[in-house]
Write a protein that binds this ligand. Structure first.
Ligand code: IVH
Length: 671
């Protein structure tokens, strides 16, 4: 290869890797395997090594650069990073609305346009792009000056090193929040525990700790991501509304919160606030409220500023999720994999909208490290939908009557001797038929995120197990109305309803079924990856460890665990019985799958501002018809739906000969 050829190959590979980073890290919808990606990366690295001067400024090989020496340098923001006033109740939000109306001279019943979205609980950062290239990433600091963490920011794969547009603004400061997804936070803490290192208190701290590493290689090893929503200084673009701005950010390649809504009244905002609150525990990342902003930038200016906060925006918070309480007792729970977990029974306290009576202590090592005793005052907190945990004891208020605790050496339920591997902090009951394990397995199997059998709550599962009506997954589907009627609390109607609901759960999505099987290390996300990759239970069943490891985000440990489950005699037997009752539904994403609807198998890309439909509405309409909305145009795209000020995606579509339609034509097709 001569120099010219190398130069064009480097350009091609750089662009290709950026494209795949975007598919993987922003859209969560990769097009190639990790191996294929690694090969591209290696090819680029080798070429760059041979021709160092041909390396592009946004080369993906430079995401992990050299170490920073000493502390971080200071970095002043071109425009200060302001803060937000809080509304801590619906009344306070209403007061905000009234205030805004006064400042805008708007009657109480006149229309007003708000933009509402999630308040991400991460670390706020400021990114500077000059002529489309990322030149600086800084923490918020005191709002005027932060720390220069550019080298670390570059390692975050969902953050574009270059804006995806042919006409970038000359300079723009883009603001957002860096965070660590809850699942990754728990994984990170598990690893920390294994290495005997200190655990992070919550995902936010873990994100902060990860971003403020002097060695970018450590930051790179943590699956940080982010959401972007704000602007500081900008020159060379014209934007009128917040919603339009976020669509632009999306076009440029940034991850932007999907839950966002343009609200025409304060009532609409309240509806959004309440709706998100019900979803809060199921989001993959932490939020601490919603942010409500006047949608028109002109109106934000008009409303003005008080003490460093725009009057036209507010952080509308949910109740906090940390509280102090007293440990009344410590009991031991047996989980679905046999893990013995010490749980603190605490004096009831309200936490994030629910009353909490129990909080996990994780394992004996954690009890010892935090020195938690029965009778202690403790700080507890909740992250995501996992049960609350004890963060620390407040040792200065001890009376001397507190008692230390030691986990028993026999299972408290079936009395089998517990086992503990040398390299694990967790003690386990090895008896798969232990009643406690079985109850937990079935509870998990029918839970909201698995088979979602409505009406089959934890108490009823326990009853079914206790009465030996259910001894394995398949038995759930054999439960009859007569059997239920003999149990406490069932009447004609309720028993019929439950039997109907169970019947209704016979066609679970493959990912939900996989998750429901309770395989160790297979959380929802892993289950989805497996389902998308293999498409059927049979192929997963036959997959070798090597094949399992080819799946995105699946490493040797998870692959080993999946393989072991499918090789285990008892598990295979249970699965075989279960398959007489359930028909898993292949993921709709896979072509030729069950995706019914007009747009089945069709891929759409949205660009620019559509005259009436918001981006999320258009996406929903397309998906309802079995179509898929992708963020980038390729030869495989079937339609590009273009609105006003459509950017580079439109050019790309024209270049590739992809069909371009407008909103009217889309609605026509939907009819
Ligand atoms: S807009 C004037 N939108 O919350 C500041 N902020 O409590 C404009 N935050 O400093 C911020 N999610 O770090 C905005 N969707 C969102 C947000 C958000 C989280 C953070 C941000 C801000 C803090 C204010």
């Amino acid at each position: 290869m001569n120099r010219d050829q190398a130069s064009s190959k480097i350009k091609e590979l750089t662009a290709l890797i950026h494209h795949h980073d975007f598919r993987y890290y922003v859209l969560d919808d990769p097009e190639i395997s990790d191996q294929a990606y690694d090969l591209l990366m290696r090819e680029l690295e080798e070429l760059e090594k041979k021709y160092p001067d041909l390396r592009l400024s946004d080369s993906p090989t430079q995401r992990v650069g050299g170490k920073v020496s000493g502390d971080f340098r200071k970095s002043s923001h071109r425009v200060p990073m302001l803060s937000l006033a809080n509304a801590l109740s619906e009344d306070e939000f209403t007061a905000f609305d009234e205030r805004v109306r006064r400042f805008l001279d708007r009657a109480p019943d006149a229309a007003i346009e708000y933009f509402a979205e999630l308040k991400f609980d991460g670390l706020s950062i400021n990114l500077t792009y000059e002529n489309g290239t990322l030149t600086r990433g800084a923490t918020r600091g005191d709002g005027e000056t932060g720390e220069d963490v550019t080298a670390n920011i570059r390692t975050i794969r969902s953050i574009p090193l270059k804006l995806n547009t042919k006409h970038p603004p000359k300079i723009i400061e883009i603001r957002g929040e860096v965070l660590l997804p809850i699942e990754d936070f728990h994984k990170l803490n598990a690893e920390q525990a294994k290495k005997g290192l200190k655990l992070f208190a919550n995902p936010r701290n873990a994100a902060a700790g990860s971003l403020r590493q002097l060695d970018p290689a450590i930051t790179a090893s943590r699956p940080l991501t982010g959401f972007f929503y704000g602007m500081g200084f900008f020159e060379g673009i014209q934007i009128k509304t917040m919603s339009e701005y976020e669509e632009r950010l999306e076009d440029w390649g940034f991850p932007v919160g999907k839950n966002r809504s343009i609200c025409q009244t304060a009532q609409d905002v309240l509806k959004f606030y309440r709706k998100i609150e019900t979803q809060r525990d199921h989001l993959p990342f932490e939020i601490d409220g919603i942010v409500v902003k006047l949608n028109q930038l002109r109106e934000i200016d008009q409303a003005g500023y008080v003490s460093r906060s725009p009057r036209g925006m507010i952080a509308f918070k949910y109740p906090p999720r940390q509280e102090t309480t007293t440990v009344e007792d410590i009991v031991v729970q047996v989980g679905r994999t046999g893990a013995l977990t010490p749980v603190a029974q605490v004096s009831p306290v309200r936490l994030g909208g629910a009353v909490v009576r129990r909080a996990t202590l994780h394992n004996q090592d954690e009890i010892d490290r935090k020195d938690i005793r029965i009778g202690d005052r403790v700080l507890i907190q909740r992250a995501g939908d996992v049960i609350p945990e004890v963060v620390k004891s407040i040792a200065d208020v001890r009376t001397g009557k507190e008692k230390k605790f030691k986990i028993p050496d026999h299972c408290p339920v079936c009395h089998t001797r517990v086992e503990q591997k040398e390299d694990e902090a967790v003690a386990r009951c090895p008896n798969r038929n232990c009643r406690a394990q079985l109850s937990e397995r079935i509870r998990h199997f029918v839970s909201l995120d698995a088979l979602n059998v409505e009406g089959l709550g934890e108490k009823i599962v326990d009853l079914l197990v206790e009465h030996k009506l259910v001894a394995e997954y398949a038995d759930v589907f054999k439960v009859t109305q007569d059997q239920l009627l003999k149990l406490e609390g069932f009447a004609d109607k309720s028993s019929q309803k439950l039997v109907d609901n169970i019947k209704g759960a016979r066609k679970p999505e493959l990912a939900r079924l996989l998750y429901g099987l309770g395989i160790r290390h297979v959380g929802e996300r892993t289950a989805k990856s497996l389902a998308n990759h293999f498409g059927s239970l049979e192929t997963i069943n036959e997959a070798s460890i090597e094949e399992l490891e080819q799946v995105n985000e699946i490493g040797p440990e998870v692959a080993g665990s999946v393989h072991q489950w499918f090789s285990d005699k008892e598990c295979r037997h249970e699965l075989k019985n279960l398959m007489k009752f359930v028909v898993p539904q292949a993921p709709a994403r896979r072509m030729g799958g069950s995706g019914a609807g007009k747009f089945s198998g069709k891929t759409f890309v949205l660009t620019g501002t559509l005259p009436t439909l918001s981006r999320s509405d258009a996406t929903r309409l397309i998906e309802e018809q079995g179509g898929r909305v992708s963020g980038s145009v390729s030869k495989k795209t079937d339609f590009v739906v273009a609105g006003a000020e459509a950017g580079s995606k439109l050019d790309k579509a024209t270049e590739l000969g992809v069909k371009v339609i407008d909103e009217k034509e889309l609605l026509e097709l939907l009819k």
